[in-house]
Design a protein around this ligand. Structure first.
Ligand SMILES: *[C@@H]1O[C@H](CO)[C@@H](O)[C@H](O)[C@H]1NC(C)=O
Length: 376
């Protein structure tokens, strides 16, 4: 058997050009939960962009594509800078984020905040790169980095896989400086092994349009920052689920060094939060904010020294184990060590998960080392 395999490898190596890299990034695994069945660019011939323009073109055109990222794409200066007024609603110290007066936000919502006469920031960060339907975006090793601009899936796109990339450095000093991953009117999206860090506004946001079925798995939300709304090195604007009719599987993610919205769930969002790990959360902040309209099943998660696992609890949350009649299996208890209370008894949420519940492991302790870029 072994000799046969070697013979096959020899044959394919002989067919390949001598300098071609034999090892190609391909999608690893498949989506679990709500976005199960997503195929992205499917078996389209892979393309490897070498410039920001080429990346933008491949992501936005109407061809099904498998797009391999094997370098950093730095958009920081790609659209130049712009200058506007701002305000400091959270304090004026050097560790505080400043808000851009975008659409008169400061004037309308923070009229009493100290004003900042002039902020200069990178225009590229403000809106993410448009991602069209039927795309697979996949990083090679730890090389797939998109810097200075996020990714945006909106206006009804569907069937997109984003795996093993890092989105970073989007005007991190400034609220309204840009989001990392935006989904706002979409369906069948799988975000896997993605890391987000140093973002101005939301690391991940599902906006108010319906984003349908979404799976976010094995991803790392790293809130470590020098500029935050709490002026304390923990990013506040982490993960926001606001869709009008969304079904989200959030599994195996590592959320750390954040202080809020980790996640904030509202709109009409059905959320299966399973096997995630929260660590180094700001002791003055929190993980979940659960607004009315949220239907959450949370199981098998680990909260490591999280003082406030949930701040607001106005929506529905089930953390019990009595799931057999809806899921055909028991649910897994959450593990809270040195953490505050996290419990909900809204078992009526269970029927929303019956056909699309991801499997739950007993133990999420390995998540900090398995989540994020460069782990597959
Ligand atoms: C995250 O927060 C912890 C606790 O405050 C801190 O020790 C650690 O250095 C922070 N992580 C990073 C990467 O800065």
């Amino acid at each position: 058997m072994q000799r046969f395999v070697i013979a096959l490898l020899g044959a394919s190596a002989a067919l390949a050009a001598p300098t071609a890299s034999i090892k190609r990034a391909t999608v690893s695994g498949s989506a679990e939960g709500f976005a199960a069945g997503v195929t992205g660019g499917g078996d389209a011939t892979a393309v490897t962009p070498t410039s920001t323009d080429e990346l933008v073109s491949y992501l936005g055109d109407s061809e099904p594509r498998v797009i391999i990222l094997n370098q950093e794409f730095d958009f920081t200066d790609s659209e130049g800078t712009t200058t506007s007024a701002g305000c400091s609603p959270w304090g004026t110290g050097s560790q505080c984020q400043i808000a851009i007066n975008q659409n008169d936000w400061c004037t309308n919502y923070e009229p009493d905040a100290p004003t900042v006469s002039s902020i200069t920031y990178n225009k590229a960060g403000v809106e993410g790169i448009t991602v069209a339907s039927d795309k697979t975006i996949i990083g090679e090793g730890s090389k797939g980095v998109i810097k200075g601009k996020g990714l945006r899936m909106a206006n009804g796109v569907s069937n997109i896989i984003i795996q093993n990339i890092h989105v970073t450095e989007i005007n991190p000093e400034y609220v309204w400086g840009g989001d990392g991953i935006t989904i706002d009117g979409a369906d069948m999206i799988w975000i896997d092994h993605v890391k987000t860090s140093l973002i101005g506004r939301q690391h991940i946001v599902l906006g108010t349009e319906s984003s349908g079925k979404v799976t976010i798995s094995n991803s790392e939300i790293d809130g470590t920052t020098s500029w935050s709304a709490q002026c304390n090195a923990y990013h506040y604007w982490s993960v926001l689920f606001l869709g009008s009719d969304d079904q989200v599987t959030f599994k195996g993610n590592y959320i750390h060094n954040t202080s809020g919205r980790g996640p904030k769930v509202g709109g009409k969002t059905v959320l299966h939060a399973v096997n995630n790990y929260w660590g180094n959360i700001d002791p003055t902040g929190h993980a979940f904010e659960i607004d009315s309209g949220a239907y959450i099943l949370a199981e098998g998660n680990t909260f490591d020294s999280v003082k406030t696992p949930v701040s607001t609890l106005e929506g529905k949350l089930y953390t019990g184990t009595d799931c057999s009649s809806a899921l055909g299996r028991a649910c897994v208890e959450n593990t809270l060590t040195g953490s505050g209370d996290f419990s909900g008894t809204a078992s009526d949420v269970l029927s929303s998960f019956s056909s699309k519940a991801a499997a739950a492991d007993k133990d999420a302790s390995g998540v900090p080392s398995s989540a994020g870029i460069g782990k597959i």
